[in-house]
Design a protein around this ligand. Sequence first.
Ligand code: 13P
Ligand code: SF4
Length: 379
Amino acid sequence: MNVVELTPTALPLSDYKGLDNNSLSQRIAAVKQKLGSKLLILGHHYQQDEVIAHSDLRGDSYQLSKMAADSQDCRAIVFCGVHFMAETADILANRPEKLKARNGERVSVVLPDMAAGCSMADMAAIAQVEKAWQELSEVIDTDDITPVTYINSAASLKAFCGKHGGIVCTSSNAAAVLKWAFAKSKRVFFFPDQHLGRNTALKMGITNDQMPVWDPYADDLGGNNETAYQESRVILWKGHCSVHQMFRASHVEQFRSKIPGVKILVHPECMQEVNDIADISGSTSKIIDTVKKAAPGTKWAIGTELHLVNRLKQEHPEQEIHFLSPVVCMCATMYRIDLAHLCWSLENIANQSVVNRIVVDEDTARWSLIALERMLQVS
Ligand code: 13P
Ligand code: SF4
């Protein structure tokens, strides 16, 4: 008699949409208990509180990459964050030495909602970056340029950096990465976030007139003349975070006049006009650590995603914490991960019918890994 092995059918998402958070939480806890150390749930600081409550580990982009890279027992990583983060986790958790140690068994990396992307990452497509590189090669020597991609980018851009002697950075190590790049080349091509690139380079003494902005939609040479690139130190990609772009210098001024002694704490994805006048600028983890270490009674106006600022307010009632903008600035794509998607993806893992698996193709993963490993060595 032939034994036919049946592939388990995926459980439909519609079954989870109407469930209340209480029952979803109980079911999530049950899967976590069943899978134990075979499952790792990672949560970025911008996630909703109810999702963070189920995360085994939480962190900024750099820490989450390290956690995925260092994971030992787990066979499934559920990434409560956005697409580029899950791609990075897949590359690092399934790099050749890790696969060999597991006899070829892959870690399944799952993004609970495939629509959780990053609008900034979408502002630089690989075809546009390759075209820019080609056009730049006609006016400057590309051997003199180190491409640096912010981790908020597609894996194909990380692979581009791997192939061209470049590197990945996060908001917590951008200065160290730029220093590394300038030790080996005259110029840096920084994508996709112009603000992180500009704010970091300004602190290193590079001036705005040495940082032309490459507009991928300009008709000719990214919108600048040859001389601008010949005199450049950092070529910035015209990309930004739509959430952090909402914070303005006028918000800082309003808080300073309303609350004497208030300290302004912002993410480096904010524009230069905000970074220049802020008291402190840093990654999500630096923001959290800074508040944690401050004396009771310290007054803050914080310029980063709303969910993180609200959590800081709850966790630090001994301090006075305000959101820097008068309008809501939240990351709509991070917000897509909710308990229904989390429960659905977890129960499908337990059911051996993994859904929303993120797999970076072999060639892209190989080249991306080179750029990611350079970053992990630098910082
Ligand atoms: P962090 O690396 O500071 O966590 O930032 C990630 C991000 O997407 C900020 O918008
Ligand atoms: Fe992307 Fe901005 Fe959301 Fe961060 S906050 S994930 S940069 S859109």
